[in-house]
Each structure stands twice: as C-alpha cells, then as structure tokens.
Design a protein around this ligand. Structure first.
Ligand code: SF4
Length: 340
C-alpha cells in the first residue's frame, strides 16, 4: 500500500471483546475432560458457537454430535455452554451416558427462573431467537408454560391463561435495546406483564455492546470477528450500525475480509464475539497492518473479572471409570458451580 499523504488510517480496538467467562469455562471443560478422562469425549452441539474453537477441540480428540442418540452407551458426553432441556439429561441417563455439564451458569440462572415462574403458574414470554440452542434449552425447562417471542408479530398470536400472571425472560445474548423494545411491545398487549428480578442479558453481551457503542460513531468500517451462528456476534454488527458505524461486517477470520470494504475506510473498528479466541483478532490486526492500518488504539469501556469454576464432576470423579460408574447418587440435575 502507498504511504502517500492522506488521513491517517487507524484501528479502534474495542475492549472488552472475545472470550467471556462462560465460554472460557466451556472450552476448558472439554480440554480438561480430554486430559483427565482421555478420548473419546463426545460434545453435544458446538461447545460454543465458533468454528475455530470447535475445529481446534476436534483436533485434540473431541467428537461433536448433534443428538444424544449418536453417542454410544458407556461414553462421556459434555453439554455445551448454551444449556439443554431437562429432557436431554433424561435421554443421556437412559442411554447410560455419563455427562459433564458445561452450561454457562448465567444460562442456568435463566433456566432456574423459568422453572420457578412455571411452578408459580405463570405464563412465560421468552424473548429470543427461534431455534437457537440456548432458546431450545430454556423452552424445554417448561414447554407448556413458555411462549417464544422472536419478533413483534409473535406477540399478537400469544394466548395466555391469566393476564395477571405473565412474566418475560430473555435469551442472554440479546442487545439490551432490542430486548427492552420487545418488552415495551409486550406490555402493550399484556399491561400486567411482570419482569424478572434482574434482566437476563449477561454481563459479557452488555459489555461488548457498550464498547461497540463507544467506537461506532467514529468507524467508517466495523469488523466483528465471530461465526454466523453466534447470536452475540451478529448483535454486535447490528449495534455498530445502529450507533453510527458507516458499514459493519461479520467475519470468521481475516481470510473473509474483502479489500473493497477498505476503499473509503480511514477508521476501522474491530471487536469480537464472546466465543472468539484472541488469536483471530491478532490475525485481523496483522491483515489490517499489511493494508496500511498501522496505528491501533484500544478503547476500553469495562474491565471484566468474572470467573466460573469448572463443573464439579472433575473433582467428584478422578477417572473415566469413576465418572461412568459413580457410587450411588448420580447427579443428573444441572450443575452450576460458580466462582465470581
Ligand atoms: Fe455465559 Fe454470557 Fe458468555 Fe453466554 S455470552 S456463555 S451467557 S457469559
């Protein structure tokens, strides 16, 4: 690239970005299972929604499956960070499969809220993306009580049993603005709609969105690193555009960046979704540097200290045999050890 005069090309690097505590725990759970129990280790669904992470774990020996039926009897299976319905725990038990639950504790919190409101006979309006693994898992906690709200049209067709006993919950990775807009719409139809004790959008999604909101007005182009099926990553693109980025694109890695996007871009914003390892951001920074963007300024809007402990199974069962044949009271409920 030419170094002739012109506006100085630079990169605004959002922080926080990349791995959140729930993803960190989920990835570490698979690695620890491979180390402690040896292969084969099955993982139900993508452990987190990132192609690079899944491929890296596959190379280490993890086997990813879509359904419990694909896992042979007497095997070890890990549940992904997005969580599963109680029926999936039952499937595993019936199939004599030992499980390790890598569900993010913040998703477990939503499951617990859903179970509590259902037991108090509420109808629950779950704001979230139809078909997303997290939403499927949460709906499975109380299938008779939960109504999905994916877009405004859904509101009109929802029938509840008692309009004075309706509460909303949400997927953890929505954008805050989007969730609140949906709540406002819901309240037009259900004026007595109750709110959960705290909103369910997790700290990591909120922090990554806040950092994007900060840099977006200056960005000619915003690059979000993340996979297409990563809900929190796609939301970062939308938040960027909403808050002033002239263009925004989601890429899995530097290979997917189109040179044409840079034609009119002096300031490039860069961030990544909560399931994205930092090595992919480094790849994009190298690529941008090769294209004349040699100055990088980090814009930090929060410092994260959240940490979640690994699932209890690792201390309860030191070996594969102990995990597969536990002494009596085998735990089948959702585990959610947390350390903050
Ligand atoms: Fe947990 Fe939030 Fe990370 Fe999802 S994005 S795994 S809810 S911390």
């Amino acid at each position: 690239m030419s170094a002739t005069a012109g506006p100085r090309k630079r990169v605004l690097l959002a922080a926080p970005r990349g791995f959140c505590a729930g993803v960190d725990r989920a990835v570490a759970t698979v690695e620890r299972a491979l180390d402690q129990y040896g292969v084969p280790i099955y993982v139900r669904k993508q452990i987190v929604h990132n192609k690079h992470v899944v491929q890296t774990l596959e190379k280490k020996g993890a086997i990813f499956v879509d359904k419990t039926e694909e896992v042979p009897e007497g095997s070890i299976m890990i549940f992904s960070a997005h969580g599963v319905a109680p029926a999936v725990h039952d499937e595993a038990e019936r199939g004599k499969i030992a499980t390790i639950d890598a569900t993010c504790p913040l998703v477990t919190k939503v499951h617990n809220e859903a179970a509590r409101f259902a037991s108090e006979d509420y109808d629950i309006l779950l704001i979230g993306q139809e078909g997303h693994d997290e939403v499927v898992g949460t709906m499975g906690v109380a299938p008779d009580r939960i109504h999905l709200v994916d877009d405004a049209q859904d509101v009109k067709s929802i029938r509840v049993r008692d309009e004075s006993k309706v509460v909303w919950l949400s997927q953890t990775t929505l954008s805050v603005d989007e969730a609140m807009a949906s709540v406002d719409q819901l309240k037009e139809h259900f004026p007595l709609l109750a709110s959960p004790p705290s909103d369910d959008i997790c700290y990591a999604a909120q922090n990554r969105q806040a950092a994007v909101r900060q840099i977006a007005p200056e960005c000619d182009l915003l690059i979000v690193v993340g996979s297409k099926n990563s809900h929190n990553s796609t939301r970062l693109v939308e938040v960027g555009l909403e808050y002033g980025a002239r263009a925004a694109h989601l890429v899995d890695s530097a290979d997917e960046i189109d040179d044409a996007w840079l034609k009119t871009a002096t300031v490039v914003g860069l961030t990544s979704g909560a399931s994205v390892p930092e090595i992919l951001i480094e790849g994009v920074l190298d690529w941008l540097s090769e294209h004349g963007y040699n100055s990088t300024e980090t814009v930090r809007t929060a410092t994260e200290t959240q940490h979640f402990a690994l699932p209890r199974e690792f201390t309860r069962a030191r070996t594969r045999t102990e995990l597969l044949d536990p002494p009596r009271s085998k735990e089948t409920s959702v585990s959610a050890d947390t350390e903050v």
